[in-house]
Design a protein around this ligand. Structure first.
Ligand SMILES: [Zn+2]
Length: 713
């Protein structure tokens, strides 16, 4: 079998080469190696064999059999006319180096930058040091034209960037017109304005599902959606053009893959969060703020809009598109969320997406993903929670940064031509985002599992707090893409708080007082920002309490602790008080924190009081009537739990309940009562709560019936 297989491979390689030679008249090319006689003769020493070229959206994947002793390979491309005659110079457009892929014995190169739809011939030659070896036989083909039948409405839309052949980027006006037309013509698409920029430009989001997108943000959230943020830095527009073209294909293509993807999730695409910066071609927004240093602090309306969108639509995975000015880096530097407060499960799953999927598929399709920094990248890719990659990780979203190498550099030497350079960047972004969709489709269970583990871990508030510092990213095993992972960026002693508080308390002034850190010296209040993040808050007699026993526990101290590197406000740390072991009934008044505690008896939460219990065992029922807040996480209750009439916030996460769990008539206003990941040995019943409880798609295990508002949890 093995012999037969390899014979077939060689024959098919020869066939490709022969066809290539036949379709491209060789006299015009003036090369002694490309006539048909040579194709049928024995190969020259060290000549590249078995060159194949596979067309895809905006790029062509070249593959060949390695030549022993080659140190690199040069890729030559020649424009052909319709008759197959050379219509331009033969140009070295690519240099393959071993550092670009994880399996060097199957070299591939994604050639891109050409105008899609044109016809080309390719040849590849090995080099030993600087000594050039003979070229392969040529292969020619017509590249894949921009997606969409020009005769079919919707499909025939083209961006300004496409119609000008990358001479112009799509303007704001053209983007809005294109977006509106897709919205009108495709039942699969709803375009939502998630906010406005400082200067009043709409920030739109494509919500794409099949046959139609779910009707509400909560219904979208139930599909475990994924999000692509295409253009936060206004002077890095390459990803945005990819997003606009992708949106058209998702909206109108009937191919099996697209339908399958959209039947199983909802795709959220924000093409331009920084419309003012894009219009001015500046990195920051109109105030000069780098928005990718603002996703935690949300001083600006653009970042506030995005964070609110994440709260409402709850993407489980994300990509954030950029361009990167290191010409020696790979095509596609990527990086996971790595702030050390990011749950290990989210970090690991993001790493699996990058190293397990992107590196592997990059090696098949010829693209060069690598760890951000990649080759001599310097002190980049650290743990600032202000960066979307980290903010999303702290919101339990599997995600990655994407950087498109801005200049061609030594491995893409033909990109002095601006249009070629722009096309390579945009089509490499499109490849990445499509791979991201495929990863989400194939690995949703793993993503959801990572998210479940992260939310239960965070709600348990059991580990140290790190204010700044990163999870370590070791070098990928050799041969690795890129020479260097990003710096270790370990936290220093003064960036670590070993004993986490149970909550932060803010004064009225801190919570609702005027702020001056936004545009024009006016800012959103802390209360508005906390609401945008979606954190649970309890109003108490002398201020506001933000417990750490909730899903975004990793992010809360970075903003509310005075020790935070870029804190929003210096709240008061609230620590557990009183004995860790309590015998007899416990009556809670005021704010009571129970961390790793044991109560041998029932717990009663009095009206207006707040209970925050983590890692605890309570041998007796827990009952709260008219409490201000009830937080139970990572705990065991040997008895029923009854929570009624709470006025502030409710969270019950990862709790073993021996008996019924019931929530009734809690009127918590903006707070969605959270009932997630619990094991209930009895019925789960919810009635008359406003709003209704949610489980963030983390199912409870319930022995008895689930009823009322919790029937689906
Ligand atoms: Zn950027």
């Amino acid at each position: 079998m093995r012999y037969r297989k390899s014979t077939v491979f060689v024959l098919s390689g020869l066939l490709v080469a022969t066809l290539g030679a036949v379709t491209s008249p060789t006299a015009a090319l003036g090369s002694p190696n490309t006539n048909q006689l040579t194709a049928l003769a024995a190969p020259e020493p060290n000549q590249v064999q078995d060159l194949s070229v596979k067309q895809a959206d905006g790029f062509a994947t070249l593959a060949w059999t390695p030549v022993d002793g080659a140190t690199d390979y040069q890729i030559e491309r020649t424009l052909l006319d319709a008759a197959g005659t050379a219509a331009g110079p033969a140009t070295i457009v690519g240099v393959w180096r071993p550092g670009r892929q994880i399996n060097n014995d199957e070299p591939t190169f994604a050639d891109a930058g050409f105008n899609p739809g044109d016809r080309f011939q390719w040849r590849v030659r090995a080099r030993f040091g600087t000594t050039e070896q003979p070229y392969s036989l040529p292969v020619s083909g017509v590249t894949t034209a921009p997606w969409g039948d020009p005769a079919v409405p919707g499909q025939n839309l083209r961006t300004q960037w496409e119609t000008t052949k990358a001479a112009q980027y799509t303007s704001d006006v053209d983007e809005y017109a294109y977006t509106k037309t897709i919205d009108e013509l495709s039942a699969r698409v709803r375009v939502v304005e998630i906010g406005r920029t400082v200067l009043g430009r709409p920030i739109n989001m494509f919500v794409i599902g099949y046959p139609t997108p779910p009707a509400t943000p909560a219904a979208v959230a139930a599909t475990s959606p994924l999000s692509i943020n295409c253009n936060v830095h206004g002077n890095e527009p390459g990803d945005r053009e990819a997003c606009l073209v992708m949106a058209r294909k998702l909206a109108f293509s009937d191919d099996a893959r697209t339908i399958d993807l959209l039947k199983n999730t909802t795709v959220l695409i924000v093409p331009t969060i920084n419309g003012d910066g894009r219009a001015a071609n500046t990195r920051g927004n109109s105030t000069g703020q780098d928005l990718n240093r603002d996703y935690s602090l949300i001083r600006q309306p653009e970042t506030l809009s995005f964070v609110q969108m994440v709260r409402e639509y709850r993407p489980v995975a994300g990509y954030d598109g950029h361009e990167y000015g290191n010409s020696s880096a790979g095509d596609l530097p990527m990086l996971s969320p790595r702030h050390q407060n990011v749950a290990r499960s989210i970090f690991d799953e993001s790493q699996r997406m990058i190293e397990g999927h992107m590196y592997e598929h990059g090696a098949k399709d010829g693209w060069w993903p690598c760890p951000y920094g990649c080759n001599g990248g310097g002190n980049v890719g650290l743990g600032e929670e202000t960066i979307l990659r980290n903010t999303l990780g702290l919101k339990n979203v599997v995600n990655s940064l994407l950087e498109l190498r801005s200049s061609g550099g030594p491995t893409r030497p033909d990109e002095g031509n601006t249009a070629n350079n722009r096309r390579r960047k945009t089509y490499s972004a499109m490849w990445t985002f499509n791979e991201f969709l495929d990863y989400h489709r194939a690995n949703l269970n793993g993503i959801k599992q990572a998210r479940t583990e992260a939310i239960t871990f965070q709600s348990g508030n059991s580990s140290r707090i790190v204010f700044r510092g990163s999870h370590l990213i070791p070098a990928h095993p050799a041969p690795h893409p890129g020479e260097s992972p990003p710096p270790a960026n370990a936290p220093t002693e003064d960036q670590i708080l070993d004993n986490p508080p149970c909550a932060y308390k803010l004064t009225e002034e801190q919570y609702n007082g005027a702020r001056t850190d936004g545009p024009g010296g006016v800012g959103f209040t802390v209360a508005q920002r906390i609401r945008a993040h979606g954190w649970k808050v309890v109003k108490v007699a002398d201020g506001y309490v933000v417990p750490l026993a909730q899903p975004e526990r990793g992010l809360i101290p970075l903003l509310l602790d005075a020790q935070g590197a870029e804190e929003l406000v210096g709240g008061e740390r609230i620590y557990p008080t009183g004995p860790v072991r309590h015998n007899g009934p416990l009556v809670v008044s005021g704010v009571t924190c129970l961390a790793d505690g044991t109560v041998n008896g029932p717990v009663t939460v009095r009206p207006g009081a707040t209970l925050i219990a983590t890692g605890s065992t309570i041998s007796g029922p827990v009952s709260a009537a008219g409490a201000a807040g009830v937080f139970l996480a990572d705990s065991t209750v040997r008895g029923p739990v009854s929570i009624t009439g709470t006025t502030g916030a409710v969270a019950v996460v990862d709790v073993q309940v021996s008996g019924p769990l019931s929530l009734a008539a809690n009127g918590t206003g903006a707070d969605l009562p959270l009932v997630a990941g619990n094991t209930v040995n009895g019925p789960l019943s919810c009635a008359g709560n406003s709003p209704a409880p949610v489980n963030l798609n983390i199912r409870n295990t319930v022995q008895g019936p689930r009823s009322g508002q919790c029937a689906g949890l």
